[in-house]
Ligand binder design. Sequence first.
Ligand code: SF4
Ligand code: SF4
Length: 256
Amino acid sequence: MSRQDTTEDFLNSLPELEEGKTFAFSCYPGVSCFNACCGNLHMMLTPYDVLRLRKGLNHDSKKFIHNHVDVSSTSGAGFPMAKLRMLDNAKRSCPFVCDEGCTVYENRPGACRTYPLGRASQMDSEGGMLEQLFVVQEPHCDGFKEKKEWTSSEWLKDQGLEEYNEINDRYMRIMTRARKAGVVLDEKKLNMVFLALYQIDNFMNFIKDMNVFSRLDVSEERQAAILSDEDACLEFAFDWVELIVLGSSENLKPKV
Ligand code: SF4
Ligand code: SF4
């Protein structure tokens, strides 16, 4: 089982880590298995993973996607999915691992931060998120032999996951609502969602070139932020995707 195999069935087979309960774990260059898990992964990248990695590497979207991403789409609604492409070597190594560890550590994907926990989230009836955390104890991982104890909250905070989970949950809610509404993206919408969520620099250009703000009720202050700050643009991109896929967005209204 790979460290990123956190499908719902797999997670449900593991013991839940309830709030307040602890697990013992440490991962650092001194562990005997250091780097052993940074390869042969099926790692889906969320829009925020892509943004963080791309910015950290100082790549534009075209270069990042060409070098590191395989694109597919979800079954059902057909949302785009981005998978980190492993190297074509015997270990199928992650492109970002080196002998000293992770070369993109500050911007490593949420899945790498979450391990050795697995996180399952689903939307409740009021649109909030329900979260369950599980310990994914794999036999090859010697990190579990270490003494440091963590609660789930301590681990999430230590790994900088709060902001990742908040942004990723936003996308999860849109996909869940689309699935429940029976939405199926046609090719044009799929391409638009991929542009908006996974290619923020190009989406900024699209907003300018197509004069998108002329049709939307967006304050001048927010317009300036969206066109100058990729994080603000990603937030806008979720509103935009909500509008074009679901027909309405709480945070983004067409001009009347
Ligand atoms: S991004 Fe970093 S932590 Fe994640 S698999 Fe690659 S090298 Fe390992
Ligand atoms: S301790 Fe676990 S997470 Fe860390 S390198 Fe070893 S296998 Fe990977």
